[in-house]
Write a protein that binds this ligand. Structure first.
Ligand code: SF4
Ligand code: SF4
Length: 261
């Protein structure tokens, strides 16, 4: 998974990336940083079946999108390049870049104003564009659970961002760290600095099996309510949800921790 840009046009109430977006304010992966990643990957002899170009926010707002995708594909370090986007800036994809994209997944939120253009792209690049209708947005946990491990993880690593590799986690680990009161950059077991053989310390059985999973949005063992995208429950609905999920006191604290509530 590769995180290329911190900006997003949306501000979804339950964005599972918001903690990481705040930690990397204004982030744009530079071409130099991308080239370092490619060089380290080649020196290590790694080859990835798929690289997901993903966020942290909206990948089509990455200012080097067209150059970067071409560099990545031509480097020969991945079989497939999959881009996941909200589709609002699909006109930023140059015609020649489609040659280097294997799949474009578009999450069609209700504010998607260019559905016509996306439909046209899907017709023109048959088999490459998936228009995905919105499903309910999973809310975030507001407390630490005790007995959820090991868990299936909805958003596992390894994840490359700027000059670091998070070995086992994707962006939701940032919110889990905030909820636990941990400074993520002091947690040296979570990431390594980018260098050749950066996956030496990767252990598959740690995915879904670290302490932070107990309060992470991506932990599928935590039963969290879902709301339609864009729906912000009233404080009464939110209080009822906290009561139902037995987390009333933690829920009240989360009004301050996650100001969107
Ligand atoms: S579109 Fe995605 S990245 Fe942007 S705010 Fe919504 S959930 Fe977060
Ligand atoms: S903390 Fe656990 S559940 Fe969350 S992203 Fe990391 S491995 Fe997945």
């Amino acid at each position: 998974m590769m995180e290329v840009c911190g900006a997003c046009q949306n501000d979804c109430p339950y964005c599972a990336h918001s903690g990481m977006i705040s930690a990397y304010k204004g982030y744009q992966l530079s071409i130099k940083e991308l080239e370092s990643f490619i060089q380290c990957t080649l020196k290590s002899g790694y080859f990835f079946e798929t690289i997901h170009v993903h966020g942290i926010g909206e990948p089509l707002l990455w200012k080097h999108f067209n150059t970067g995708i071409k560099l990545l594909k031509e480097a020969g370090i991945a079989g497939n390049i999959i881009v996941t986007t909200n589709g609002l800036s699909s006109d930023r994809i140059k015609d020649e870049t489609w040659e280097y994209i294997d799949v474009l997944n578009v999450s069609l939120y209700e504010n998607c104003s260019n559905r016509g253009n996306l439909k046209e792209l899907a017709d023109r690049h048959k088999g490459k564009v998936n228009l995905v209708p919105p499903s309910g947005f999973r809310t975030k946990p507001t407390k630490r659970y005790l007995t959820t491990l090991p868990c299936p993880c909805l958003c596992s690593g390894p994840m490359f961002v700027k000059d670091k590799i998070f070995l086992h986690c994707g962006p939701p680990v940032f919110d889990a760290a905030i909820l636990s009161g941990i400074d993520i950059f002091s947690s040296r077991d979570l990431y390594v600095e980018l260098a050749p053989h950066y996956l030496e310390k990767f252990e598959e059985n740690k995915i879904g099996n670290i302490v932070l999973c107990n309060c992470c949005w991506a932990n599928e063992n935590i039963d969290l309510p879902r709301y339609p995208h864009g729906c912000i429950p009233s404080r009464i609905m939110f209080a009822l949800k906290c009561w139902y999920f037995n987390e009333f006191r933690d829920g009240i604290k989360s009004f301050q921790r996650f100001p969107q509530w």
